[in-house]
Design a protein around this ligand. Structure first.
Ligand code: ATP
Length: 369
């Protein structure tokens, strides 16, 4: 049992009907959310949807306009930031400019009265985590943006707060370093048993690190789930589109039995599996399917429940996979992705070829909004 599936599990962080207004503007609206101890939880959503505001309320830099916030069962109302067992790393990580990297990392530990030998050991461990052992004696202005971000990360992890709140912690790192640091953060979290709540724009990063993700839109959470749930069973076009690439095919609903419906669309009929609640006959609905779940071939696929004919419009070779955009008769472009398992593909599909796309009704999901 994962804690979020266990009705008896006690949440570590609990937002209960929290609203935050700035003047007449509502940044967070009647939001409820439980996060459990040792969870790696990510907030994902477009700029301005309220992610940072949510974190700031948890850290104590903002108070909710309405609603209650609890940490480990204790109400947080009126508790100042420094009295919360929370450490927040901001997007604009302010390092002390006159201090060395090592002193910046050691600062909080020193304040807490940690003895020097232990402090030095902790600093060394943190420097290793962020791969800055060689830079311990430098000042922040002698570092690159990515290196400064790693110092800030090391500083926020050093104190091993029970709850670590990170706002875009890896945003300034290049792709390779970012990927490495993601795995190291996960290892650290496991090892130390910390609870992480992080904000990111990067859906791949959220998928890689998180136990669960909440997708936000305009101050509300539109879906919460594990990375696989969010990817495989998005509950709306908005979520489907926010996480990864997706094809959305529209049509009018006719029932088909066995948990399936048929969508009558501009390019023919598509049969799709219904996950929660079938849309009514005659309604408009959408079938969402990921590019890698679509087969592409030169001949009409025999026995396929769903097949669409079209013309190859764009091809992008990405190394691990090739993306092929196919234009259907209605003008809709459908994206198919093939995994490049072998080094050379003989006679690969080319531009302007007539092709057939096929997919299983259960490989995608019918959406009502
Ligand atoms: P980003 O990814 O760009 O950081 P976000 O999802 O973290 O965005 P927030 O910083 O939480 O967004 O802001 C949510 C909304 O609240 C924005 O429209 C922002 O302009 C507004 N907002 C945030 N803080 C204040 C404030 N102190 N006064 C007025 N409006 C604010």
């Amino acid at each position: 049992f994962a804690p979020w599936e266990d009705p008896a599990a006690k949440p570590y962080i609990s937002f209960q009907n929290v609203t935050k207004r700035f003047g007449t503007f509502t940044a967070v609206e009647n939001l409820s959310l439980n996060v459990y101890e040792r969870e790696f939880f990510s907030l994902l959503g477009p700029s301005g949807c309220g992610k940072t505001t949510l974190l700031r309320m948890l850290a104590g830099f903002e108070e909710p306009t309405e609603g209650e916030l609890y940490l480990d069962g204790q109400p947080l109302k009126g508790v100042p930031p420094h009295k919360r067992p929370v450490n927040m790393m901001f997007q604009s990580y302010a390092l002390f400019p006159h201090m060395t990297v090592a002193d910046n990392i050691a600062f909080g530990l020193k304040q807490d009265g940690m003895a020097k030998p232990e402090r030095d050991e902790r600093v060394a461990q943190m420097l290793k985590l962020v791969k800055l052992e060689q830079f311990a004696g430098r000042k922040p202005h002698q570092l690159s943006g990515g290196q400064r971000q790693r110092v800030a990360l090391a500083r926020s992890v050093a104190k091993r707060p029970k709850l670590l709140i990170l706002d875009e912690p890896l945003g300034a790192l290049d792709k390779k370093l970012r990927e490495e640091t993601q795995f190291e953060l996960m290892d650290l979290q496991q090892e130390l048993g910390l609870t992480f709540m992080i904000v990111t724009h990067d859906q791949e990063e959220a998928m890689t690190m998180s136990d669960r993700i909440a997708v936000m839109d305009k101050g509300v959470i539109v879906q919460t789930g594990t990375p696989a749930e969010i990817y495989e069973a998005p509950n709306s076009r908005y979520v489907a589109d926010f996480i990864g690439s997706v094809n959305i095919l529209e049509g009018k609903v006719t029932p088909a039995g066995e948990g399936r419906i048929v969508l009558d669309g501009p390019d023919g009929r598509i049969t799709g599996a219904v996950r929660d609640g079938a849309p009514a006959t005659g309604e408009t609905a959408w079938f969402a399917i990921r590019p890698e779940k679509i087969e592409i071939g030169r001949t009409p696929p025999e026995g396929a429940v769903n097949r669409l004919e079209g013309e190859v419009w764009d091809i992008a070779y990405l190394g691990d996979m090739t993306i092929i955009n196919v234009k259907l008769a209605s003008g809709t472009v459908v994206q198919a992705a093939t995994l490049n398992r072998f080094r050379l593909v003989e006679d690969p599909i080319g531009y302007e070829e007539r092709v057939w796309l096929s997919f299983n009704p259960d490989s995608g999901v019918v959406l009502r909004s």
